[in-house]
Structure formats: C-alpha cells, structure tokens
Design a protein. Structure first.
Length: 154
C-alpha cells in the first residue's frame, strides 16, 4: 500500500505555480438534475428530479493528498487544458502511461501526459508548438501528482 502524503504549500513552492488547498471543513452542495442534457440531437425535455451533490465528495477521493493548481501556458490545449484552468490533482494516484501529470523536470514545473514508447518514457505536450520531454538517466524528474479533473470557465 502506498504511503499517504501530507501536502504542504512549501512542498510545491514555485514562482509559476498557484497552489490551492481545497476546503474540506464544510459541504458545498449544488443542484443536480437526474436528466442529462443532449450534446448531440436535441432530446425531449421532461420534468427531472432535483438532487443535491457535494462537490468535495464528487471531485475529491482522497482529501489528504488532493490539491488544486492553476495552469499557466498553452502546452496542453489539445487535451482541453487552457491557460488559467484549475486542475484537481491527486498526489497519491500512481502515474501510468497516458495519464496527465504534474511533474518537476530539472527544477522546472510542468503539466504533461506520460507516454511510454518501447523502453523510452516521455512527458508529452498536447500542442505541436511544444517539444516532448524524453526522460533520460541523470535527469531530475519528480511526479507530483496525477490530474483527476480540469475546471475551466465557459
């Protein structure tokens, strides 16, 4: 079993990074309607039952290892991550091929997708204007967490 981490702001201090600790001391409930909304062809509107949903329970599985980080830059725009978005990150989640992670590479903080190609490992941007980062022996690389949700303004 993985060791649970205690997340402190000092663990993540970086001039280009805004870290936010979610507030778990109170519930934050919003209305959730049981009918879904069609993103394709319009569907018949029916009366739907209102439920309440707590965003802490919905977005955060492990409060002790979850933090929020604000994105700066456009390297992940084709993954739906834009400049100014908030990412919900779990430091206990194990990184694996295809997952989007927060990483520190030689002292520089980045958000990228982990991709394994044969025996090589890369941190891949989701924007062709940015080069992939091949993780090589001797590099100082630390995965700080796996991105669980992306929150952006409409």
């Amino acid at each position: 079993m993985a060791k649970r981490l205690k997340i402190k702001r000092s663990d993540f201090d970086h001039p280009m990074l805004d870290i936010f600790q979610p507030a778990f001391d109170r519930r934050f409930e919003l209305s959730l309607y049981t009918d879904s909304v069609a993103a394709g062809f319009p569907a018949q509107a029916e009366s739907s039952e209102e439920q309440r949903i707590d965003l802490n329970e919905y977005f955060i599985r492990r409060p002790e290892s979850t933090f929020l980080v604000r994105v700066s830059g456009e390297s992940m725009k084709n993954a739906g991550i834009a400049d100014g978005d908030l990412l919900v990150v779990d430091a206990m989640e194990l990184p694996s091929d295809g997952r989007i992670v927060i990483a520190v590479v030689d002292g520089e903080l980045t958000v990228k997708r982990i991709v394994q190609k044969g025996k090589k490992l890369f941190l891949m941007p989701e924007n062709k204007k940015f080069p992939p980062i091949e993780i090589k022996v001797g590099m100082d690389v630390e995965i700080r967490g796996v991105v669980k949700y992306i929150i952006h303004k409409a």
